[in-house]
Design a protein around this ligand. Structure first.
Ligand code: ADP
Length: 258
């Protein structure tokens, strides 16, 4: 029995290696805390990469609180066969897979213990047919959990991007996420500050709502800043996040350089 399970795990890991061998760069996007806009940042980076002509996939690993499909207005169910499961493709061409696409209804909750969640992560890695991709972005759940451990132990990530909001820049919880990445030997690429500033609707001037705190207390570079913008929440609600225009050239340069 034990050897049978071992054999199954070995086959699963072989499948994971085979799928991942077709993917250029594998980037995890995480945050120490929920609600800082991690999924928004993941969606905006994916959309920017697609606009640069890249083949991009997003795996929503926030198993118990998936929100990526909603932001892209996807409610189509993925097609599955014995070969695996096909991601759903967004309007601009981003391949998306998420637990919420597999549930009968968007409102259904996933109430699972750690081992079940880890199992779902491994299964996503082994079974989703991404094909050839330039980038696969992993939207992680907040904090440091089974998902992060399973992911980082199953595949070799090329980098880890931390998302914070200005109020949480110095939070211990963010530092924990970073130290876990470091412990698991994943390169921390930097921090994306979400809701970093607001733009005056009349004159376009940038307003630092949370003060001019450029002080980087985490000791990692800030590689991108995203404004707090009602247009972002509106597009999220409408499922049209890929329509948001923002220059993420700084992040792109870092990802391209990996
Ligand atoms: P997390 O993944 O960290 O839990 P989300 O990315 O799901 O957070 O963001 C939650 C909600 O916050 C979004 O649906 C959106 O309405 C709002 N939001 C996030 N970032 C911004 C922003 N920069 N400007 C305006 N609203 C935002």
């Amino acid at each position: 029995m034990a050897s049978n399970l071992q054999e199954q795990l070995k086959v699963q890991q072989m499948n994971i290696n085979e799928r991942m061998s077709k993917i250029g760069k594998k980037i995890a996007i995480g945050s120490g805390k929920g609600g800082v806009g991690k999924s928004v940042v993941t969606s905006l980076i994916a959309s920017y990469l697609v606009k640069q002509g890249k083949n991009v996939g997003v795996l929503d690993l926030d198993i118990t609180g998936p929100s990526i499909p909603m932001m892209f207005g996807i409610d189509e169910k993925p097609l599955g066969s014995s070969a695996g499961i096909m991601p759903v493709v967004s309007e601009s061409g981003i391949k998306i897979m998420s637990m919420s696409l597999l549930l009968p209804s968007n409102e259904d909750a996933v109430i699972w213990r750690g081992p079940m969640i880890s199992g779902a992560v491994s299964q996503f890695l082994a079974d989703v047919i991404w094909g050839d991709l330039d980038y696969l972005l992993f939207d992680l759940p907040p904090g440091t959990s089974d998902v992060q451990l399973t992911l980082m132990q199953s595949i070799k990530l090329d980098g880890f991007v931390v998302v914070t909001s200005p109020q949480n820049l110095a939070a211990t919880i963010v530092k924990k996420a970073i130290s876990m990445a470091e412990e698991l030997k994943v390169k921390v690429l930097g921090c994306v500050e979400n809701m970093a500033y607001a733009k005056c609707p009349d004159c376009g001037k940038k307003i630092n709502v949370f003060g001019n705190d450029e002080d980087n207390k985490m000791g990692i570079p800030i590689i991108g800043k995203i404004p707090i913008d009602p247009e972002i929440s509106k597009l999220c609600d409408e499922g049209k996040i890929e329509k948001y225009e923002i220059d993420l050239g700084g992040i792109y340069k870092i990802l391209e350089g990996l």
